[in-house]
Design a protein around this ligand. Structure first.
Ligand SMILES: C[S@@+](CC[C@H](N)C(=O)[O-])C[C@H]1O[C@@H](n2cnc3c(N)ncnc32)[C@H](O)[C@@H]1O
Length: 559
């Protein structure tokens, strides 16, 4: 038996192990930096994709097994879009790329990478399914010409489909729309790949949801599904399902266990079986859980991010989102009309600032600190390494809360001494969040009000997610106080979501902007706004790094 080797494709984006670009192989798991470098090289260029299939024919003659291999090649050309750095990062951080072994992950969000495909779209998304079916059909059931339909739909190049090659047992109502595969066209509508529900079926079908001709030969053009809009309309249900599953500790209950049945989970969490089962099914559909005939289990992501003790647990932020942000967002309409925060409407009281709201009860304070800690822990490495900070000997993290960033800084810069400065209510509560381990370098905590009290001496003042809480007037007070104690050459490091000047950032950033509206007197600001604020207080050489993570970083120095 022989199988010909196919020409190495220009680009292979395989599962999560190997990436090759122009035959140069990066033999390590694809991390975000690699993915970024690789995608930047594809940017705006056309590449050839050669896909092939080998079909093995087996027959037995005189008790000898004979095999014969037929193989086929097909070339498809893919032109990648010329994307901004921001969009590339958005794509990489969407969690969608690189999930198709041997192919480009260009479905769904991956569609934004691609300007055009010349040839068969299905060749580019992993196994060349369409090509394979065509060749199988040619070999075993040569189709009469009218059986092959040549279909074209929006931005996706035409695809030959095999509508009439089924074994007759299946009916076309088995086509299900695959939402994740939708791609926005310029009108904001979506073209949708259809996948065949092959349960109980021996045949394979592939195709796209396209207007089919009816029996009179008249094209019945069904309205396009505005999938993006439908997804957004579903968004609040999806968020709430995640929040409630977290609150009921479903992910905690499933951690380190084999699959569990709905009835067992319902018993564990003290909830109804019918309600629990629906919630579990919704979580499985959202990709948060795996569902098999044996029951439900956590996905790897659920273990890492959704359990309360996961390595990068977002549990604290999810509970804060459910208990605090959800009631605030319910009043978004009033916030937009009035242009101000809505704490009084959501919680029935009007405090001077949002921190008085958070710290009036131990429970709310603990919840808020856990929320801050989860995001700080997830972003700390990118914030700490965005610039080389090794020249600084001491740093003071103003409003440093639980010390998550401080701990990362002392790991990366062993000669750096970091003091976390925050309100007394916070500092009194930090012990719960300290990392365990004897070899942890010490971080010092100091309490005070940065608008009134003496600031600790330091070479570098850090303000992570602090300035966005305040209006310009308060920021001027804070920056002038820092400037007064900052010696020449010392600096300020800001960690914030930085808006671009046209305010056309990815949606996470702009939704965060609404988040600030409903709960603070502050706002997210652009790089030039931060530069302007800093320069007014004698800070120059303002450098901005977009990390692609949830926080960007700005460094400046005092003259
Ligand atoms: C949005 S949180 C950010 C926490 C942390 N820097 C981070 O990025 O996760 C703002 C922090 O500023 C602190 N803060 C607010 N007002 C303060 C004040 N007047 N003096 C000191 N800290 C203050 C809060 O207690 C809180 O920990």
């Amino acid at each position: 038996m022989h199988v010909k080797h196919l020409r190495t494709p220009d680009v292979v984006i395989g599962a999560d192990t190997i990436v090759s670009v122009d035959e140069q192989i990066l033999e390590k798991p694809v991390d975000k930096q690699d993915a970024y470098r690789m995608l930047s090289r594809l940017n705006g260029k056309e590449h050839s994709v050669f896909t092939g299939v080998a079909i093995v024919h087996c027959s037995s003659k005189d008790n000898q097994l004979e095999t014969e291999v037929t193989d086929f090649y097909e070339e498809t050309k893919v032109k990648f879009s010329d994307l901004s750095e921001e969009l590339l990062w958005e794509y990489i951080h969407s969690g969608e790329p690189m999930d198709k072994a041997g192919g480009y992950g260009i479905q769904a969000l991956g569609g934004m990478l691609v300007e055009y495909v010349h040839g068969d779209f299905l060749n580019v998304v992993g196994f060349p399914l369409n090509h394979f079916c065509k060749k199988l059909a040619e070999l075993y059931y040569p189709p009469s010409k009218h059986n092959v339909q040549h279909k074209k739909y929006d931005s996706i190049p035409s695809v030959d489909t095999f509508e009439n090659l089924s074994d007759g047992e299946n009916d076309s109502s088995n086509f299900t729309e695959h939402k994740g595969a939708s791609k926005l066209d310029s009108s904001g509508m979506c073209s949708s790949e259809a996948i065949y529900n092959s349960e109980n079926s021996s045949s394979v079908r592939t195709g796209f949801m396209v207007p089919l001709e009816n029996q009179n030969g008249v094209s019945e053009s069904a309205p396009k599904l505005p999938s993006k809009i439908l997804d957004l309309m579903d968004g609040f249900r999806a968020s709430k399902a995640l929040f409630v599953a977290s609150k009921l500790k479903i992910f905690d209950n499933l951690k380190d266990k084999g699959p569990l049945k709905a009835v067992d989970i319902a018993n564990e969490i003290g909830a109804s079986v019918c309600g629990t089962e629906r919630l579990l099914d919704a979580c499985a559909a959202l990709g948060l859980l795996e569902k098999t005939p044996q029951g439900y289990s956590n996905t790897d992501s659920a273990n890492a991010y959704l359990t309360s003790d996961g390595e990068y647990s977002l549990h604290g932020y999810i509970i804060h989102s459910n208990d605090h942000l959800w009631p605030l967002f319910t009043n978004l309409e009033s916030a937009v009309k009035e242009g101000s925060r809505q704490n009084h409407r959501a919680f029935g009281k009007k405090a001077d600032d949002l921190f008085k709201d958070y710290y009036h009860s131990q429970e709310v304070k603990q919840r808020f600190m856990a929320a801050m800690h989860s995001i700080a822990h997830l972003t700390a490495r990118d914030v700490a390494t965005a610039f080389d900070l090794s020249r600084f000997k001491s740093a003071c993290d103003l409003g440093g809360c639980t010390g998550a960033l401080a701990h990362e800084l002392v790991q990366i810069y062993p000669n750096l001494k970091v003091t976390v400065f925050d309100l007394p209510e916070v500092i009194a509560n930090t012990s719960y969040f300290q990392p365990s381990g004897q070899h942890m370098a010490p971080v010092t905590f100091a309490s005070g009000d940065f608008f009134k009290d003496n600031l600790p001496e330091a070479d570098l003042y850090i303000l992570s997610r602090v300035l966005h809480d305040w209006p310009d007037e308060k920021i001027h007070v804070l920056l002038s106080r820092i400037s007064a104690v900052c010696k020449p050459g010392c600096g300020i490091l800001l960690a914030e979501m930085v808006l671009d000047d046209e305010k056309k950032n990815r949606s996470t950033v702009l939704l965060q902007s609404l988040n600030m509206l409903v709960q603070t007197e502050g706002k997210e600001r652009s790089g030039s706004e931060y530069r302007g604020l800093l320069e007014q207080h004698g800070f120059t050489n303002v450098k901005i790094r977009l990390t692609g993570n949830l926080l960007d970083v700005i460094l400046c120095a005092k003259i």
